[in-house]
Design a protein around this ligand. Sequence first.
Ligand code: GCU
Length: 397
Amino acid sequence: MKSIFLTQINNCRWLAACLLPALLASQALVGAEIPELLTCADGTKVTTSGQWEAQRRGEVLELFRAHVFGRNPVDRPADLKFERVVPDAEMLDGKAIRKQIKASFSGPGGQHSFVFTAFIPKSSKPVPAFLLICNRGYENIDPDRVEKSSFWPVEQIVERGYAALAFRNAELDPDHHDGWTNGVHQIFQPDPKLRTSDSWGTLAAWAWGASRVMDWIESEPLINAGRVGVLGHSRGGKTALWCGAQDNRFALTISNNSGCGGAKLNRMELPKSEPIARINKNFPHWFCERFKEYSANENALPVDQHMLIALLAPRLAYVASATGDDWAGQPGEFQSCVLAAPAWGLYGLKGLGTTAFPAPDTPIHSGYIGYHLRSGKHNLTEYDWKCYMDFADKHWR
Ligand code: GCU
């Protein structure tokens, strides 16, 4: 266990740049013990990528399943099938092909389906792609491009040579605490009474949906399945991290303003940020039942969120914060990246490449973990998308 306070006082630039006076005064921070990323349950210290993959990575993944997000009852359903909702269409002045696909499957509770859209730029070779887990209304992912939202700026994404894919989270599971009687929870575990403390929550169901879109991408010759980024904003960002952690087919995972339960370090108690007690009270369906044991009890949690980011190594990871988003705990989102970086070090790769909290609008893109602090409010904007594409260009082009 390492004291985050010591980590920080060893880093004057970080302190100077970001610590709010209230943060320094926080006794909770001073005492916080951060679970060690690279120490196995049996005390073995991890010093190689081989050890990480053979032992520690699986342990960490299991801790997140058992204590935070819950366990998926099924991976890819045997009868998963994809069909076109409408014929493929040329869009964006002929620059892209639009595909609208319905994914259908069944489980003991019956049949279910959800729809996703893909805009694929015309190209002589398979293109890289971004998949957005959309937690906002349909108008943000308009397949007809009548409504154009910065949440999913298809025109800009296609212009830069990336395919843009999106689906609506609520089609997998409505975003309500409704007793697990609908969505994919009901399909795969029809009797809610049989749920256990580690049964999957709603964020896990959405993440599972993103993996089903990846199943389709793997069958789509126009997309390079080895270069796909999954991203989400806020609750969608928490979901993207859990998706990328479990599904290593995603070469890049992006958390936009994900905050508590996402990129923000739980033990960094920032006065204005969301604590576990609040998220469990307001959104009791997001995590597994056992996560409630950690309400106002952060220090008992056997993981912290830097370990979730570390599960993405050695693939690409990106975390973004916004200056006006104290609720997401920006310094805590950044600090998770700092503490996750040693996982990339095991592979001889640069993680974040710095421990200094950056000034607004100065993205850190030098390693395998990207980070930026955007000026402005809690949102997913064209600026954020530009940063994600710049980062992907740097690694993939
Ligand atoms: C609430 C919630 C956050 C979440 C956000 C969102 O503010 O407390 O945890 O990230 O909604 O999804 O927009």
